[in-house]
Design a protein around this ligand. Sequence first.
Ligand code: UD1
Ligand code: UDP
Length: 383
Amino acid sequence: MKKLRVMSVFGTRPEAIKMAPLVLELKKYPEIESICCVTAQHRQMLDSVMEVFDVQADADLNIMAPRQTLSSITCKCLTGMDDVIEELKPDLILVHGDTSTTFAGALAAFYHQVAVGHVEAGLRTYDRYSPFPEEMNRKMVGAIASLHFCPTENNRKNLEKENITEGVFVTGNTVIDALKTTVREKYHFATEELNHLPYDTKKVILVTCHRRENYGEPMKNIMLALRQIAQTHEDVELVYPVHLSPVVRDAVKEYLEGAPRVHLIDPLPADEMHNLMGRCYMVMTDSGGLQEEAPALGKPVLVLRKETERPEAVAAGTVKIAGVEQDNIVKMATELIASREAYEKMAHAVNPYGDGEACRRIAEAILWHFGKRSEKPKDYHGM
Ligand code: UD1
Ligand code: UDP
């Protein structure tokens, strides 16, 4: 029997965290040959994830350059993928989410007339410049893909509005599958400093910030807000694993370095990050992935953006949009720090994004689509 060759393509940290469990799940099925191609749009941050999940790349485009532009990422991925597709001849290419790797990976597949499956399909803000360039990337991939794996019913409805109704499956988000393997009760951090944070006596706030549309004035406002929060609350410790982007690191250096009660650390391996999230008091972030993970761990999230394509946890009450203005961020954080009642209202574990079975549903949907299963997998309906 000829196996179905499924090639997962990814390049950045969040794609890797959400695709690694799928690459591994696909390996369990005798009808499938699961291979993976990394673009290495991120180098160190990608390699760290590959190590945590013990996934090896079958092809590595190694494209990352310091301060890379969107065009350079797209061009390098696109031309690099030509050779890989010709050599490895996949039957299906899986891409994830909305990065430049995602878009270029899908476009390269299309140029070679290879079917595309879009994991984490159907997220939308309906603002083409926010998040930038992600909103347009995911729309373009939606137009190219034959299979669409939506984390939630809301995502499926978004695709329906664009007349995408064929090959659509609601699966849950694979990030919840990943969390199930990384979070442990008696976890010992390899990053020694994290074992000694005052989780029980102070409020440890986990912070990340990296988005391109926040570069410049918004990022400055966010950093100044974080500084003010740390300065004015003696019972707070901010822990900030700083993204390796030089633009982000420059802003952090200028506005946050030396501030009291602010711990600036290097990016953490995914398992360390997830366990830190499980122990912290709350999360402040502009990250997409953290908005999905923190609610599952019962941690309130203040989103450092003007909007979100993940309204499910906002509706569930565990995520709030804090925006990118200094005063408002400080005000909203202060409320959560000072008011037990406000905090308790947000601090309950909800899982609108999945039940940890997303990878299995995606694998079964692929097998069904290619005629190797008679039953279509049931959609995920929330927990
Ligand atoms: C990218 C994605 C964004 C995603 C984010 C996750 C695009 C356009 N953006 O943004 O959707 O949310 O990843 O983190 O696809 N760098 C390193 N080492 C690394 C990683 C990055 O040095 O391991 C530095 C490099 O100088 C690189 C820069 O960071 O040029 C920016 O990386 P890039 O992938 O272009 O943008 P991100 O902001 O990371
Ligand atoms: N993450 C990590 N180490 C860190 C910061 C984040 O492993 O130091 C994880 C985080 O838990 C989540 C993912 O990286 O799974 C989110 O990636 P990022 O914020 O870079 O991108 P986004 O989700 O915004 O696209």
